[in-house]
Design a protein around this ligand. Sequence first.
Ligand code: ADP
Ligand code: SF4
Length: 727
Amino acid sequence: MERNATAALKRQPRYDILFEPVRIGPVTAPNRFYAVPHASGMTNTMPHMRAGLRGTKAEGGWGVVCTGYVSIHPSADDSPLPYATLWDDNDIRSHALMTDAVHAHGALAGIELWHGGGSVSNKTSRLPPLSPSGLSWMATHVGFMGNQRSRAMDKADIQNLLRWQAEAARKAKRAGFDIVYVYAGMGYLPYEFLLPEWNLRTDEYGGPVRNRVRLVRELIEVTKDAVGDTCAVALRISLEELRSRPGTDAVSEAHEVVALLADAPDLWDVKMDSSPTDCAPSRFTPEGSHEPVIDFVKRITSKPVVGVGRFTSPDAMVSQIKRGVLDLIGAARPSIADPFLPRKIAEGRESDIRECIGCNICISSWHDSVPVRCTQNPTIGEEWRRDWHPEHFARSASTANVLIVGGGPAGLECALTLGRRGCQVSLAEAHGEFGGRLRFEKSLPGLVTWGRVLDWRMRELAKLDHVTLFAGNRLSVDDVLGLEYQRIVIATGARWTRMLYSTLELPVGVLDGANVFTPDDVAAGARIEGPIVVFDYDNYYMGGALAEHLARSGAAVSYVTPAGHASAWTIMTNEQPQVHRALAQAGISLHTLSRVVAFEPPELVIANLFSGAEQRLACRSLVMVGARLPHSELYDALLARQPEWAAAGIEAVDRIGDALAPGAIAHAVYSAHRYAREFDQDPHAPLYKRDAPIVASEPRIYAAGFEASDEALPLHAALLQNEALLR
Ligand code: ADP
Ligand code: SF4
């Protein structure tokens, strides 16, 4: 039923280079697609979900699939953030599920062994954190703050660390991993040894670069001694800060570090130093942004190099390889947005790639300590729990004709998924163009890449003959009752309100007035006269992006929020530092911890949340970015006429996306996808399978020195014989 389904597609020869095998120490990656370590949010408490996610990537053609960060010892305890562990035999079994799932598709499995050093607070283990010189990371955001500082490591601590790494490496091998990491990045312990600000030591581990690099070298050596006969040993290292420092014998300290360790690891995995620069949001940073920092590594080492850059275009990937920047194309976000990216290139279907939009909702799930979610890919994390495969869709048992009203992200996702399930679908959109909220939002500063949510869905929908799209069709309740569809899906979105909130955060009524606007008014082209105040208590991107957008028209703009930061929630998506920078660059004055108390143009009165101190701002137009409520008029009208449904042939009327419960675009896409997957399901069917940690062996009691576990335990293959019992 799909158009072009029979046309034989073949891989473009210019992409052949991406499918060359790459030798990494004692193992060989089947191609150059490398799913780098990234947190799944599932920890060891959801091992089957985690295995489902990683196995699906391997099935999608990634030649190497890695874990997220895995703690080697209870002194590396990142709670409440969702880190994984490799401390005992239950953990080995838990990870073995993943290696098994990855190997089933011919890919290699990598594990990122990790010690957080002075950047963790050990909130669960309650051990004093370890650091080179007793200096700790001092987070400024409440979600990441702790008040337990670290202690300086002595020589015995260093020996313990090396032993923990070696023991964890042996456990990793028994769990079936092929690539074992030493992780010297992102503020974690080995990285802290590399930088002189953290490392004030006067022994052989501190001082000149050759000393600061010693711990990393020793970690590589003990890992190689432990497992290097059969496993590759990778070094993951952050080079941003080191590259910015002039070296004594080379251009930068990064050059010196790489030269000192050149061929010590089997693989270099190179990255940035902080989450906002490493996983930079597309709003402020283009694809390939790491290149100026990491481009020199391959010139120094003879070992393969992997790096990331939110690469979704195969031509950009080929260019990285041909220009000698990378050997392996690393991806976290592109592999989340489309686990089948490599397979699509292999099959000549690169135009089907569901490209990552760089919104960083996936990162927010790590900060929220929940399983990974994605704006583009609603199936991520649901592979095992809900049995959602990103590319396979069961034929619907229902033959009902479906009318979807509203062609925003939810309506489009629902039409596509129902269409893929073989349903006859019509999608009606009031506006002349599809896209819903994104029609306007993709025109806001930095958000053009978010248009991929629409572009990909429109492209895929065009292949389905049995899905018909009607733009420029605003449907009334009479229209819907007269159209003879059996299933009606309302995806009419939400509207912004002028609701005000009290100091206790309770809704206290609406602020009306000719000069009070919402983002909907701005989107509709209302004339917004300056000076303008944007009052933001939505806290996600809209307030900041709108303030920037309005400032571009030349008006004086102030930004007011009851939160402590501009666009406060964007700390979760790595955008917040750049939001502040962008507002400052646009000349927008910032008023935090403030609420609006009176508006009499040309003046707005705001008050400090705590002191009540008032301030007057020049303001002709107030733009309120606050609460959203569903556009439920059509749904309500249909419910009111339920007695007429049977005569009209209507079996059910349902709501999805923002029309059901307003949220981010990711919520709308997920809601729509779930509806379409469960379209023919009994509404009382179980929600999903609940995952549980593996407890095949007795809880382990840690000896003070965290001694090695019993090496006589069976190896991976034998372990797995027992796994059938655990599934
Ligand atoms: P979501 O994020 O849930 O997809 P959006 O607000 O982005 O919601 O999209 C909702 C879409 O529904 C908008 O494009 C809007 O024009 C459309 N819409 C609203 N009411 C009707 C209607 N009565 N008939 C057809 N389309 C409608
Ligand atoms: Fe990309 Fe956004 Fe999905 Fe993350 S959530 S993978 S940034 S589309």
